[in-house]
Write a protein that binds this ligand. Structure first.
Ligand code: MLC
Ligand code: AMP
Length: 496
C-alpha cells in the first residue's frame, strides 16, 4: 500500500533543485524547498518529543509566518491533526474549540499561553527548540481517510462544528486544481491570504507545493505590497475585496500585471462590476471559483475558455454537482435550487457530531451546501443566494445565530436579529436589530462593550438598530428579508 500522507505527495513533487525558493518575503527572508523540508522535519521531531502522536489534535492560533507553514507541514509529517484558528478569536471562543476538539498541544501567542487548561507554548519556543533537535525525516504512514486537519465552521445553529479533512481529501483537491489551473514550476504565487482557512492554507499553498513553485509570502493584505510584487508574480488568489482594493489603487494598471497569467477569486461572490472593471484595466478575466470548508474547491470557471462574470463555472472533473429541490431531487437547467455535491474532496464529517453530519448529507452521499444555485444548459453554475442564514464579510463567514445568542443573553434585551447589509469593501457588514425590554435604556455602545469579549472583532455588529418588535411570519419566524429591505439605504456602517 502506498503512503497516502499528503506530505509524501508534496515531497514527490519537490523541484529537482532543493535550493529553489519556496517562500520569500519582501525583506529578503525566505525558505528554500530544502530548508522547508528540514525545518518541518525538525518541528516534527519537537512535536513528537512533546508527546504529539498520530491522530492527536494540535491547536494553532498564531500570526502568519513561514515557520507557521512549516508547523502545518510538520503535523502532516507525523500524522497529527492540524487545527488552525483565526487569530481574531477571543479567549472565550478558543476555549470552546479546546473543549470540543481536546487538542494535546496548543500553539498560541505568548499572552495566551497560560489562558487555557491544556498545555500551551509559542511558535517561537518551538522554532528555537527545533534548531537543537535532529530532524525526524520519517513520514508517518497514513491511509487516505486518516485525518489531516480539522477546520471549524460555524453552523446555522450557532455552534461551531469541526470539519474533518483527510489526507486523501486534501490531496485529491490539490491534484485537481493543479491540473485545471495549469500550475507550473516557474509560477510565482502572490500570497496575502490568512493561513487559517481553506483558501490561503490549502488551495493556495497546496497548488504551489505540488507545482514546485515559489511564493511571495505576505503577512496580510497590503495593497501597496501587491502593487510592488505583481510585476514579479504570475498568480494571485484572493477574496473579492483584494480585487476591489486593487482597482481603487492609483498605481494599479495592466502594465504591472504583465507577467501575471492567472487571477483567482473566491470565498464570496465577485461583483460583475469588479470583474468587468478588472478586465478593462488589465485585459485579463478574473477566474472565479466556488468552494467551502467541507470540501475545498467544488466548481471553477475554465482556465481555457470563457470566464463569465457572476458564474462560478463548472464542477471540478472529479466532483459531481447537482442543483436540487428540498428533497434532493435534481432540477432541470434554469431552475434555482440548493447546490449539492459529492467527490473525493468531500470531508469525513463533523468532529464528534454525527447527527450534524447526517443533517447535511443525503442518503446517497451528497452534501447539502446550503447555497442556492442555478445551472444553464451547458452545466455552467451561478450561485444566486444562500438558503443558510450566513453573512460573508471580506471572505470571513459570520453566522447571525451566534451573534444573536450573545446579544439575547444581555440584561435588558428581549430579542435580536442579525443581518448582513451591502458593503462596497467587504461585501457585507453586520447589523443587529435589537428589541429592548420596556424598562431598558441600553444603548449601542453599551451592547458593543458588553459583547466585545465574547465575539471576535470581525463578527461584532458595525451598527445596532433598536426596534419595538421584529417582523415575524405566521410560523413565528423572524422575517429577515423584511428587515434587509427596510434597512436598505438608511444604514450607515460605523467606521470604527
Ligand atoms: C478585518 N476586519 C473585518 C474583516 N477583516 N471585519 C469584517 N470582516 C472581515 N473579513 C475588521 C477588523 O476587525 C478591524 O476592525 C478592521 O476591519 C481592520 O482590520 P484589518 O485586519 O486591518 O483589515 P484588513 O487587513 O483590511 O482585512 C480585510 C481582508 C481580510 C478582507 C483583507 O479580512 C482577509 O484577508 N480576508 C480573507 C478571508 C479568507 O481568507 N477567507 C477564506 C475563507 S475559506 P476594527 O474596527 O477593530 O478596526 C472559504 C472557502 C472558499 O470561504 O471558497 O475559499
Ligand atoms: P466557508 O464555510 O468559510 O468555507 O465558506 C463557504 C461559503 O462561501 C460557501 O458555502 C458559499 O456560500 C461562499 N462562497 C465561496 N465561494 C463563493 C463564490 N465564488 N461565490 C459565492 N459564494 C461563495
Amino acid at each position: 500500500m502506498t503512503n497516502a500522507n499528503l506530505y509524501a505527495l508534496f515531497q514527490s513533487r519537490f523541484p529537482a533543485d532543493l535550493n529553489k525558493i519556496f517562500l520569500q518575503q519582501e525583506d529578503g527572508a525566505g525558505l528554500t524547498y530544502g530548508e522547508m523540508d528540514r525545518l518541518s522535519a525538525e518541528l516534527a521531531a519537537i512535536l513528537t518529543a512533546r508527546a504529539v502522536r498520530k491522530g492527536d489534535r494540535v491547536l494553532v492560533q498564531v500570526e502568519k509566518s513561514m515557520t507557521a507553514v512549516c508547523l502545518y507541514l510538520a503535523c502532516l509529517r507525523i500524522g497529527a491533526v492540524y487545527l488552525p484558528l483565526n487569530t481574531a478569536y477571543t479567549v472565550k471562543e478558543v476555549a470552546y474549540f479546546i473543549d470540543n476538539a481536546r487538542p494535546v498541544l496548543l500553539i498560541v501567542a505568548p499572552e495566551f499561553v497560560e489562558s487555557y487548561s491544556v498545555p500551551g507554548c509559542t511558535l517561537d519556543e518551538l522554532a528555537a527548540a527545533a534548531g537543537r533537535c535532529p530532524p525526524l525525516t520519517q513520514i508517518a504512514e497514513m491511509a487516505a481517510d486518516d485525518l489531516a486537519a480539522i477546520l471549524y465552521t460555524s453552523g446555522t445553529t450557532g455552534r461551531s462544528k469541526g470539519a474533518m479533512l483527510s489526507h486523501g481529501n486534501l490531496a485529491s483537491n490539490a491534484l485537481t486544481l493543479g491540473k485545471i489551473w495549469q500550475w507550473q514550476q516557474d509560477d510565482i504565487l502572490l500570497h496575502a491570504l490568512p493561513i487559517f482557512h481553506v483558501h490561503g492554507l490549502f488551495v493556495a499553498l497546496h497548488c504551489a507545493l505540488l507545482g514546485g513553485s515559489s511564493v511571495w509570502f505576505l503577512p496580510r493584505l497590503d495593497v501597496d505590497a501587491l502593487i510592488r510584487l505583481l510585476p514579479r508574480s504570475t498568480v494571485l488568489m484572493g477574496v473579492p475585496t483584494f480585487y476591489s482594493r486593487l482597482l481603487e489603487h492609483p498605481e494599479f494598471s495592466g502594465q504591472i500585471c504583465r507577467n501575471m497569467r492567472l487571477f483567482i477569486s473566491g470565498s464570496a461572490p465577485l461583483l460583475n462590476e469588479i470583474f468587468h472593471q478588472f478586465e478593462t484595466v488589465t485585459g485579463q478575466c478574473i477566474l472565479e471559483r466556488y468552494g467551502m470548508t467541507e470540501a475545498g474547491m467544488i466548481t471553477s470557471n475554465p482556465y481555457d475558455g470563457a470566464r463569465i462574470a457572476g458564474t462560478v463555472g463548472f464542477p471540478l472533473p472529479d466532483v459531481t454537482v447537482r442543483i436540487a429541490d428540498g428533497d434532493g431531487s435534481p432540477l432541470p437547467p434554469g431552475e434555482t435550487g440548493i447546490l449539492e455535491y459529492n467527490g473525493p474532496n468531500l470531508f469525513q464529517g463533523y468532529w464528534e457530531m454525527p447527527e450534524k453530519t447526517r443533517e447535511d448529507m443525503r442518503a446517497d452521499g451528497f452534501f447539502i451546501s446550503g447555497d442556492m444555485a442555478v445551472a444553464d444548459e451547458d452545466g455552467r453554475i451561478s450561485i444566486v443566494g444562500r438558503a443558510k442564514d450566513l453573512i460573508i464579510a471580506g471572505g470571513f463567514n459570520i453566522y447571525p445565530k451566534e451573534i444573536e445568542a450573545v446579544i439575547d443573553q444581555l440584561p435588558g434585551v428581549r430579542e435580536s436579529a442579525v443581518i448582513g447589509c451591502p458593503d462596497p469593501d467587504l461585501g457585507e457588514f453586520v447589523v443587529a436589530i435589537v428589541v429592548r425590554e420596556e424598562d431598558s435604556s441600553l444603548t449601542e455602545p453599551d451592547i458593543l462593550a458588553q459583547i466585545s469579549g465574547d465575539l471576535a472583532r470581525f463578527k461584532q455588529p458595525r451598527r445596532i438598530i433598536f426596534r419595538d418588535s421584529l417582523p415575524r411570519n405566521t410560523m413565528g419566524k423572524v422575517q429577515k428579508n423584511i428587515l434587509r429591505n427596510d434597512l436598505k439605504g438608511p444604514v450607515i456602517r460605523n467606521s470604527g
